[in-house]
Design a binder for this molecule. Structure first.
Ligand SMILES: Cc1cc2nc3c(=O)[nH]c(=O)nc-3n(C[C@H](O)[C@H](O)[C@H](O)COP(=O)(O)O)c2cc1C
Length: 393
């Protein structure tokens, strides 16, 4: 479960930030918490619409893609700080990422009942039309006397407080699961995927036939692609093209790159298709994804891409049991994102996990429960990843 934790304070040093960081660290088994800041968000001004600015769009995207939100609010003058209120105004003006989003409120402040009044106000604010968040009822966590609450490692000192916090977070997780189930039953279908690549994007190499056997050679000529011992500056490093190839070829997995336009652009070619876990052939590179799969698999391919593009799932994993009991082959379809967080395509890596698991078991002196070969029992899955990657052969 992906949860965004909003630090409701714009102060350099903030107890509410400490609280969220503690939650992130202490309860990582319950959910992934992405702690985000509001200090770069400008003051709301209806006459100076900054909805499209990078900090507001970043916040919008993170909230939209998260399953839920935890807001840690300080209390200023018996209410929430102006900086937090300003953020909620931006998030209810032209964009509405909190709409129907499960939210939990927590708060830390100096005094005994600190943050209780701010929390009540925040509930009302989040309920306003335009915000329309789904604040979990009856679940409150107040951290009063906050100056004494943390030890030198920024951990909460009181075991009872830690236990109580855990119980409120567990209730919130159940609430999120319930809301998500209700939401899924009324889900709108996701937009169709253009698997035949009928449009281009900025990085598409134009005027080269995508299904040509020598697409790579033709496309390389078109854009004067560098090769061999030419240096390429990367983040973070400099390698020659040969070194990049050597590096990628040494990855203990089969790697494939399909861009956000559903064009197959790369695989770390080292062996013939018949020796691969997921067969690829050199002439296939450049193809629209529709040409890389048999017709009967296209619905599954589309479903996977829809999950990744929409952010519903960061990764889709499929166990492909057709390699026999000696292997546990998993196709991992991992969403890629650019610096701005935009969907950038699929990193598909295919590997046999069995040697890794066997090594781990040996190192830790453990055995798999049940049978020595539990890993070969294949779970049933809706996605067809065993159909082979090419219709060209
Ligand atoms: C202008 C101002 C007003 C405050 N009003 C309250 C208050 O009404 N109730 C309270 O419990 N604490 C109040 N405090 C103290 C806050 O609890 C304290 O600054 C807290 O650390 C804020 O959270 P932060 O550390 O995450 O920024 C106030 C602090 C400031 C600066």
């Amino acid at each position: 479960m992906k949860i965004v934790g909003i630090v409701g304070s714009n102060a350099e040093v903030s107890y509410n930030r400490l609280l969220l960081n503690f939650i992130k660290k202490q309860y990582s088994q319950l959910f992934d918490l992405d702690v985000i800041e509001i200090k770069d968000i400008p003051l709301f001004n209806q006459s100076d619409n900054q909805t499209e600015s990078a900090p507001i769009q970043k916040l919008n995207k993170k909230i939209t893609e998260a399953d839920a939100v935890i807001i840690a609010t300080p209390e200023h003058n018996h209410t929430i700080p102006a900086s937090l209120k300003s953020v909620i105004e931006w998030l209810s003006f032209e964009i509405h990422p909190l709409e129907n989003k499960p939210v939990m409120i927590v708060g830390a402040s100096y005094y005994d009942q600190g943050s209780s009044r701010a929390q009540l106000h925040l509930r009302q604010i989040l309920d306003a039309p335009g915000v329309n968040a789904l604040v979990m009822p009856g679940n409150e966590f107040l951290l009063g006397k906050v100056k004494q609450a943390f030890d030198e490692n920024n951990n909460l000192k009181e075991q009872n407080t830690i236990k109580f916090l855990e119980s409120t977070l567990k209730k919130f997780v159940q609430f999120v699961q319930l809301v998500t189930r209700l939401d899924e039953s009324s889900d709108q279908p996701l937009p169709e995927e253009d698997l035949h690549v009928t449009n281009t994007i900025d990085t598409t190499i134009k005027d080269v036939n995508m299904s040509a056997e020598d697409w790579v050679e033709q496309a390389a000529k078109k854009v004067n692609a560098v090769e061999g011992d030419t240096y390429v500056k990367l983040n973070r490093g400099i390698l020659t093209v040969d070194q990049i190839n050597t590096f990628l070829a040494s990855m203990p997995m089969e790697l494939t790159f399909a861009d956000n336009n559903n064009q197959f652009l790369y695989y770390n070619y080292t062996k013939p298709a018949e020796e691969m876990l997921a067969d690829r052939v050199p002439g296939q590179v450049g193809n629209p994804l529709a040409l890389c799969h048999p017709e009967r698999s296209l619905k599954s391919v589309e479903w996977v891409i829809q999950q990744l593009r929409s952010g519903k799932q960061d990764a889709v994993r499929v166990h492909v049991p057709t390699h026999g009991p000696d292997k546990f082959v998993v196709h991992n379809y991992q969403a890629m994102h650019d610096d701005q967080g935009n969907y950038a395509g699929i990193n598909e890596y295919v590997l046999d996990f069995k040697p890794v698991v066997n090594w781990y078991l040996k190192q830790t002196g453990q055995k798999l429960e049940g049978s020595t070969d539990s890993l070969s029992n294949s779970p049933k899955h809706d996605v067809d990843a065993g159909s082979g990657a090419t219709t060209k052969g």
